[in-house]
Design a protein around this ligand. Structure first.
Ligand SMILES: Nc1nc2c(ncn2[C@@H]2O[C@H](COP(=O)(O)OP(=O)(O)O)[C@@H](O)[C@H]2O)c(=O)[nH]1
Ligand SMILES: Nc1ncnc2c1ncn2[C@@H]1O[C@H](COP(=O)(O)OP(=O)(O)O)[C@@H](O)[C@H]1O
Length: 218
């Protein structure tokens, strides 16, 4: 019969989680997401489908799957999304494929989605979802970051700023709120949240057998 010490170094079987990072545009969720993906091999991006035009530097299939409105509408009709929403006049959706199977196999997924998508995912998969909201240290700094990013026109930046407070008003729909002042400090906090959530008892599906072994009469 196997002794629990045989397995002492092997990670216990665990269910994956859906780690959602939301923020007003420009507060830093893309930056934090990239840092997380570069440093943590156990989490993978859930790549969304969008009708918004591709930005310079964005990679098809890595940042987004870029598509047009008619194909997006077809995917909605054919129920290919776990959730979708219209943001800034463009459509964004989370494709179902891979996610459900991945979670069962212990894969963690990172989501860069807005509050509407977060609500939909929470309603469907509450137990798998961890919701993190990033705030900018101030509106002035948010504006500075959007301008410094140099990806959007003055008009688009004005639109994102106008929407920022509406997005911030959804802060209370999240489990964790982190202010992104210093990027490294913010990143450390996000990593701590992820690590703690991985240890939740309900996600550690291998615990029952492990504990049963520990409790065998000696
Ligand atoms: N609901 C939902 N929102 C998404 C999805 N993908 C991206 N978004 C959100 O759409 C908004 C605009 O994204 P984007 O055009 O990349 O600009 P960003 O604000 O610079 O990240 C952001 O708030 C994203 O979080 C998705 O699949 N579903
Ligand atoms: N803590 C920070 N301090 C200074 N600049 C930051 C910080 N976090 C992000 N940025 C910069 O602000 C801009 C917007 O960040 P980004 O990650 O693209 O935001 P979002 O994905 O939320 O729209 C980028 O140019 C990024 O390099």
């Amino acid at each position: 019969m196997a002794d629990h010490t045989d397995n002492a170094d092997a990670p216990l079987q665990r269910r994956g989680l859906m780690f959602i990072l939301s923020s007003p545009s420009g507060a830093g969720k893309t930056t934090i997401s990239r840092m997380l993906l570069a440093r943590d091999e156990h989490i993978r991006m859930s790549v969304s489908v969008t009708t918004r035009p591709q930005r310079r530097g964005e990679i098809e299939g890595k940042d987004y799957f870029f598509t047009d409105r008619s194909r997006f509408d077809r995917m909605v009709e054919e129920r290919e999304f776990l959730e979708w929403a219209e943001v800034f006049g463009h459509c964004y959706g989370t494709p179902k494929s891979h996610i459900r199977d991945g979670l069962d196999e212990g894969q963690d997924f990172l989501f860069d989605i807005d509050w509407q998508g977060t609500q939909q995912l929470y309603q469907k998969m509450e137990r798998d979802v961890v919701r993190v909201f990033l705030l900018p240290p101030s509106l002035a700094e948010l504006h500075r970051r959007l301008t410094a990013r140099a990806t959007d026109s003055v008009d688009v930046i004005a639109g994102r700023m106008a929407r920022a407070q509406a997005e911030i008003s959804h802060w209370d729909g999240y489990d964790y709120v982190v202010i992104n002042d210093d990027i490294d400090r913010c990143f450390d906090k996000v990593v701590q949240i992820l690590e703690a959530e991985r240890q939740r008892r309900a996600r550690q599906t291998g615990l029952i057998g492990f504990v049963r072994d520990l409790m065998r009469p000696v």
